[in-house]
Design a protein around this ligand. Sequence first.
Ligand SMILES: [Zn+2]
Length: 305
Amino acid sequence: MKKRFKLERFSSCIAGAVLCSAAVYAQPAASPAPDHPTITVQGQKFSPLAILTRNMGTLEDQTTPFQPHKIVGNIYYVGTKTLSSFLIVTPQGNILIDSTYERNVPTIQKSIEQLGFKFSDTKILLGSHAHGDHQEGDALVKQLTGAQVMAMAEDLPALRAIKPGGKEHPIDKTLHDNDTVSLGGTTLVAHLTPGHTRGCTTWTTKALEGGKSYNVVINCSLRAPNVVTPEIAKEFDRSFKLVRSLPCDVQVGDHPAQYNLQGKYSKIRNGGPNPFIDPASCNVETDLEEAMFHAILDEQKKAGR
Ligand SMILES: [Zn+2]
């Protein structure tokens, strides 16, 4: 088992230097990574590595499209098996959240077209956070669609460092906490929820379905690094509180595992209730990540760090 994890970590690092440099493992690839503490949430055991592996899956999972589908109202899933990408469709063009890896951009384009929409209608490109597995493809999306790229101020330095093939990372508009992005009657609110990255952005919007309005929360990752500095701890303390305060009927995240996409998607039945409308599951991921965050802090305190 250990060997498999090591291999996956190695593959992921090759695939996304930016992700790995900021992820759980800060030490050289040759030394074994510490994989503790272990926590139990809702009867399931998690270690930091188990959460990372759950999020990323295999290299193949990261590039294989998940069946594109409607989530709720005008919000659609167009990402891969383990990297989320969301399309918000409006009469005045579309908003894309997370380009993922650059090599996934043609896959996202295909998923958008499979749903009957045009990739060239992408007018605005947003992101969850400045890690390569979520925003490496921004320059290519802009090149192919002309979309305006908007990003949270606190993530700009890290975003500018993501330059696939030497391409400059496009930034057309800088956003700040609580800024809104509107297009064709849809408004998204950018909530600064730092910790995982400095400018980690949780997006909220309202979606209309069956004559009802639903609060949608598109979470940024809340996964803590394996060494939590006092500054990062402060950021997470604020972010956990903020995320829990958001009105929520539908919760999704930047990795499908953060909202049990597989399980919910399997419940889609013709004419049945929409499985993504599930207020009871809105904080499941937050509970897990907050428990791990506190376990890491406790461990650091005991070690006198
Ligand atoms: Zn990340």
